[in-house]
Write a protein that binds this ligand. Sequence first.
Ligand code: U5P
Length: 209
Amino acid sequence: MEGVHVVDHPLVQHKLTLMRTDSRSTKGFRQLLNEIGMLLCYEVTRDLPTELVDIETPLQPMKAPMIAGKKLVFAPILRAGVGFLDGMLDLVPSARVAHIGLYRDPETLQAVEYYFKAPSDLADRLTIVMDPMLATANSAVAAIDRLKARGAKDIRFVCLLAAPEGIKRLRDAHPEVTIWTAAVDSHLNDHGYIVPGLGDAGDRMFGTK
Ligand code: U5P
């Protein structure tokens, strides 16, 4: 699938199966989302450019690689996207964070914005937008529209599960935004839930069901 990376690493797939399981506790679900966030972060940053810098080892000077350019921006879509954030920040502690508050209107399934706070210099940074579920993609498209309006140019999207409908909509709306996901599921149901999916990620993560 063009523009979509499915992260099929056995650790990711194993953890995803544990998360899908209906009997998983809130604590277990949150912990697994955090762990998968870290593993997905490893994949989404795989091709970041590096530059050689001069350092001194205890034995001698050398030129060694460091990540080049400005710090990354992690942009979780509230509230479920927050589940990825700690794991990603564990790997990239100096990243900046943009919070995007969107809720999905249960009738229209349209994304409604209630909060937006981002670093001012988005144009110079890689922005990684995150939400565990890419369902209709209304939220992802709205978040990316908003980030672009604030200057972001280099954007990637990370999720745990994607529906084919959501992938198509996001790729149509923002063709240059590449998607990383742990799995592509069968379809969306009439309520906009991913099938077979894992239910409502926010509710399962925060125990609000
Ligand atoms: N969502 C779920 N589970 C699903 C489908 C959607 O939790 O099976 C929630 C997620 O919290 C996500 C939002 O933030 O809906 C994305 O929906 P959409 O805008 O892609 O339709």
